[in-house]
Design a protein around this ligand. Sequence first.
Ligand code: RAM
Length: 927
Amino acid sequence: MNFRYLFLGISFLTLTFLSSCNKTQILKPEELTLSEGFKNPTGFYNNKPTFSWILPVSEQIKSQSAYQIVVASSKELLPGNADLWDSKKQKSAQSTFVKYQGKALESRQKVYWQVRYWNQDDNISEWSDINTFELGLLNNSDWQAKWAGLDTAKDSIKGVRKFLMHKPQYLRKGFELLTDVASARLYITAKGVFDVHLNGKDVSDDVMTPGWTPYNHRIETLTYDVTELLQTGKNAIAVELASGWHSGRISRGRALYENFASPKILCQLEVVLKDGSKQTIVSDESWRGTTNGPIRLASVYDGEVYDANFEIPNWNTVAFDDSNWKSVEVEAIAKDVKLAPKRHHTVKNQVVFNDAEIVSVKENTSVFNMKQNMVGVPKVKVPMKKGDTLKIRFSEMLLKDNTFYTKNYRSAKSTDYYIAAKDGVIEYVPKFTFHGFQFLELSGYDKNAKPDTSWVQGIAQHSNFEKKGTFTSSHDKLNQLQSNITWGLRDNFFDIPTDCPQRDERLGWTGDAQVIAPTSLFNYDVHAFWTAWLQSLRENQSEHKDGMVPFIVPDVLQTKNGSSGWGDAAVIIPWDIYNATGDITVLEESYESAKKWVGYYQSKVKKQPYLPYMHSFSDWLQPYPSKSGKMGNRGDTPKDLIHAAFFAHSAHLVAKIAGVLGKTDDAKKYAALYKAIANSFENAFFEEGKFTGEIQTQTSYLLGIYFDLFKPETKLKAQKYLLEEIKNADYHLGTGFLGTPILPKVLDDMGEIDLMYKILFKETYPSWFYSINQGATTMWERWNSYSKAEGYNPQPMNSLNHYAYGAIGQWMYERIAGLASLEPGYKKIRIAPIPNTEFLTSASASVNSPYGKVASSWKIENNTFTLDVIIPPNTTAEIHIPNATQNILLVNGNDFTETSNLKLISSDKNVVKILAEPGTYNFQTKL
Ligand code: RAM
């Protein structure tokens, strides 16, 4: 043996080994998600999904230069033998929303996938963990089940405004499984709302399923893995069913929805047995049911009645004999109503408030304060006497004498009842209703018992999205505002985005939705929530040949005329989602709908070119309107101006969307249309930048400026007039629903940041802090919903939980904390806080962006301004350090010098601008 060769051989091997280590050592991708952020879903809705992943934070990983995705029908085939799709190495930085391009996928199919990437130096990562998704039933033809239920319309009672109240149903079926179960899926939905049990156990902790869609177009279905709940031999499936949104008063008896028809369930339990055989149990005529169960009545608006005397022991287990129950009636699945897996997360219990305070006790009536205006249900544990009725009332705030203010619930009874079957402590959580409340009144409990705070808990419920962003500052009221904004969002994201959660409304108002979407996308992971609702919007829009988008979605009001500023949700929200997430899918899905809405405006142009004549709720609830009472709700900005402004804006956005989608002809066409409308807008309503209408309003200027409808020279003049208007209002808000979200954007653009701070930090009416000074824990519908001095606004339309004015949240993130997305989905980030030392000494925000955590946090201490920044891999950031110059700037403790990570963009006496690569940075400058 020649040692020299042996030595050389070993060195060669070592080198190859080391260099191959070097090539393979970078960390694997993390947080794999599917389409709008789903993690390993079962019952997934989309067989053409997109894939996203996040590059881990590490010195070596700045960006992605290529990726490879492998998709297979079994785990074992990965990564080498992907039978469904192998993307191969794709030279691309795209790590979000990569389209699946493999073999067609079918209902029920379970799919496994993995991804790896190459970094900026072409080093390859390890393969990610294997993720999965399993499709739900994608076609109506996948269902063998029939709609089943009792005819409850027959013996229903007449409730508020003579609406039918269907008695809740208890439905069940026993069945036998011949051998052991290998796997089982339950596919289920209802015309109504349901809770399903298998062998006495809850199948899920979902609330008010299946949720609310335009039921005449599409009903969402749920899929549950129930393998563990089944047993060899006898089994029982049991479903509680109530009206919910489908047949309840909230549906307003719309014939189209068969609202007077009785609620029904549709369910299909598919079992694969260990011997390989299959057994399917479906809802059909063999099921039995009763309305003689404990939930006697249930209504979204009016509450629930529970009579413990009607409890049916073991009704949902195999031990029960249902031979006395009635046979159900069945109905075939309709071809024109799509059954589709739910495309966003169900409502669930989210937070439990268990530190209630007792406000008052009178005989056996007591009032509890949950200390937060919330939405959901109470959990009561109360001593009762047999036969007595516990009455549970709700209110958002109290009157001066500590009694309930419920005028603003209007006709919604919002009251629950529990009838006790025996003496002792009862425990009750209503199931098929929800309330908007901070205060709760109990009466009818055991007279001899002393009320205790442990009697009551508040269970806050909302759609099950995750928190995405945080915002905090050195100012208590600003933090309270952030809290009010986020509670306003959670409280009103109850399966659909609602205007309010408490009164006889709770509807998906499109205007409110378009106003709040950007702020919601900072605070919560509501990508899927919004895109699901947009599908409902398109379905309701399709009912109108002229492209009209209803006021509300689902459209139970049967809207006849579109409203400017409301129907624009069809265009504005997809654009906002795209900007927050970078997902182009929402633009593709919404493109035709957005064009149709612009077409609706066009169809309303009559006499004057480009000026539509139509309906509008206008600058809804503007403060100090010239007209009083209800007449004043629409504010003073003329509706014709609002139509033209939103017509132009929607056309402009369609042009931009067309650009993103590569539809160049449309992009040109809509850009020209926007210009033409802008021209008409200016000529019709302004002279030399001054609004020519009778009453000057902030909103007339805001719309023209923000939507870019002026010629450059008149724009400057209009800006001056706007500032005059704001001064005339003594630096207070003069804006309603439409103007308010735009105000910070316009002032920011004008460099009037300090003015925006001044307006935001105003304590007197109308301002954001005014409601906080009056005790608000959520956003209010009106700037003057309540005052300690004068009490409640006399109008019954006075929700204390309305998110629209929370739209300021976007500016709080973007400018106060300084964190904004500069290119769709945070591919490029802007960190540019502008502190105002009169009000603040610190502010921070973070967002879990599609690329990972982004953060911006500044503070001023001992005349030193410090900015801490986190920029995730595969992005870049422009960092603007205010009041700094290049030579007094420290970065991570050292004098600033350009490096491969930090490049100077510009520096003047106001601001240093730096282009940053991913990393964590600390900037410091002396003030
Ligand atoms: C009210 C709703 C909503 C608003 C419409 C115009 O009834 O609460 O907030 O958009 O009217």
